[in-house]
Write a protein that binds this ligand. Sequence first.
Ligand code: 3PG
Length: 400
Amino acid sequence: IDELLEEGVEGKRVFVRADLNVPLDGTTITDDGRIRAVVPTVKALADAGARVVVASHLGRPKGAPDPAFSLAPAAARLGELLGAEVAFATDTVGESATATVAGLGDGQVAVIENLRFNAGETSKDDAERGAFADQLAALADLYVGDGFGAVHRKHASVFDLPARLPHYAGHLIATEVGVLKKLTEDVQRPYAVVLGGSKVSDKLGVIDHLLEKADRILVGGGMVFTFLKAQGHEVGSSLLQEDQIPVVQEYLKRAEASGVEFVLPVDVVVAPAFPDMKTKAPTNPETVAADAMPAGQMGLDIGPATSELYASKLADAATVFWNGPMGVFEHPDYAEGTRAVAQALVDSPAFTVVGGGDSAAAVRTLGFDENAFGHISTGGGASLEYLEGKTLPGLAALEG
Ligand code: 3PG
C-alpha cells in the first residue's frame, strides 16, 4: 500500500476488502478488534484523498440478504473509530451501492452490505464467482486486500476481484504475514504451540504440520476428548469426533517417535450438561482427573492442575503460538483454563502470537491488555492454514 500511496490515490475509488466479521449479540458488536485492525489502511487511503469502498463478509448467510447478518453495525463502528462519517450501502452491487459510491467525495468512506448476500461471492463455480467479481470491479479503480481473516477463502472478493483491478496489500495483511513468517522461518526455540477449540478436524492439518516444526504441542478445548478417547479413557458425554480417533492415534505415535512433546490435560472441569449460554446461570462444575471422567458428565474446561502444567510448559518457551480457547470461556464457570493460558502467555518472555477470532476475542473479553501479547492475529483459519504451509488464495492473488 505504501507504493500505492506514493503513486497517489486522490480521487481514485479504492476497494478495500476487509474482514469485518465481528462477533455480534443482536446488533451489538461484542469485540471490535477486526474493525480496529483495518483502520490504519482505511485512514491512510482517506487521508490521501481516495474514495474508499470498504467491503466484507459477516457470518455465513445463505447467498441472499438476511438482516441478521447486516454489516450496518460494523459500518457505524468504523465511522466512530475513524471519527468521520461513513456512508452505508444497503446492497452490495445494486442501486444503493452504485449510488453510494458515486456520491463519495475525495477522502470519504463507504461500506457496502455483506458480500455473502450474493451467492457469487462463495460459489465453487469459477464463472459464477467471476461474474460477481465483474460487478464488484465496476465499483472501483483499485483494489487493496486487507481482510487477513479471509485470505484462505477462494471467494470472489478475495481471489477473483484482485485479478480484475490493480491490486495492493494493506497494512494489516503486511503485518500479519510478517508475524507468521517469524513462526515459520528461523523460529526461536523452544517453540510451543497451544491448540484448543471444539473441533479436532479443524486442527488436524496444523497438528500434522507442526509435528515436524514445534517442540511442544499443548492441547485444550473440546478436541481434548477425542485424544483422551484415543488413549482409551472414558469421556462421558463430552464432545467427541469418533471418526478422527485413528488419525489422532497416529499423531500421538508420531509425536513419540519424533520427540515432540505432546501434552494433554491431566484434569478437566465437568458438569452433567452444557451450560445455558443465554442466562449464563451458575452451574455445578466439578474437577476430575482426565483419566477418570465419570460416565454421563461433559468436559467443559481444562482443570487447575492442567493450567499449572501448561503454564510451566510456556514459561521457558522462546516462541508461543496459541489458537483456540481451552474451554467454554464465554461462561464464567468454564473460563479459568483459557484465562490461565492467556496469563501464561503474558508472563512468558517468549514472542507470543494469539491466532484466531475466538482466542483473540477471549483474551479481550477476559480483560487482558492486548499489548501484553506479541501479536494478536485477526485470522483464525487463515493463520492456521498459513502455518500449515498452504497457498492462501487471497495472498496469492495479491502477489499475482
Ligand atoms: C473467520 O472468522 O475466520 C473469517 O472471517 C472467515 O470466516 P469464514 O470461516 O466464515 O469464511
